[in-house]
Design a protein around this ligand. Structure first.
Ligand code: 5GP
Ligand code: ZN
Length: 136
């Protein structure tokens, strides 16, 4: 898609530190390197967010996530690794081409701050589950 920075990366129009590529998927280092090895896995096709990803794209994307996660683990032996995918501005998305962050974790104070939610317990869990299940 025109004016999409990640489409330009896939097409080689702007440079990236490529980690992995196959027919459907491209993976490269996030320029911000929140932690060492911070990588983005993206579909080559321009899709804005999880809602635009089709079911047949989900498998190849996650297979690549698994491959790259194992490679990061072998390369740097982090103590943990966060997977993160922001969908929509409200959720913190800034580049509107679907991507999954792989953020290796070296300590709890290594620069990445997972967002912890307040506990909004005491809700009607069966009713909420029923609302979601009704759409599956
Ligand atoms: P989001 O906030 O949408 O989940 O993540 C977008 C990510 O894309 C950010 O972590 C940002 O550092 C990264 N990013 C933005 N522009 C570029 C770029 O031109 N090259 C690379 N490699 N990463 C980028
Ligand atoms: Zn794009």
């Amino acid at each position: 898609m025109e004016n999409c920075i990640f489409c330009k990366i896939v097409n080689g129009d702007i440079p990236s530190a490529k980690v992995y590529e196959d027919e459907n998927v491209y993976a490269f280092l996030d320029i911000s390197q929140v932690t060492k090895g911070h990588t983005l896995v993206i579909p080559k096709a321009h899709k804005e967010n999880i809602f635009e990803i089709t079911a047949d794209m989900a498998g190849p994307i996650f297979e690549a996530v698994k491959k790259v996660a194992d490679a990061i683990q072998s390369a740097y032996s982090p103590k943990g690794l966060n997977l993160l995918n922001n969908n929509g501005e409200t959720a913190g998305q800034t580049v509107f081409h679907y991507h999954i962050h792989l953020i290796p974790r070296y300590s709890t104070e290594d620069g990445f701050h997972p967002v912890f939610k307040e506990n909004n317990g005491n809700q009607d869990l069966p009713a909420i589950a029923a609302s979601i299940k009704a759409h599956l």
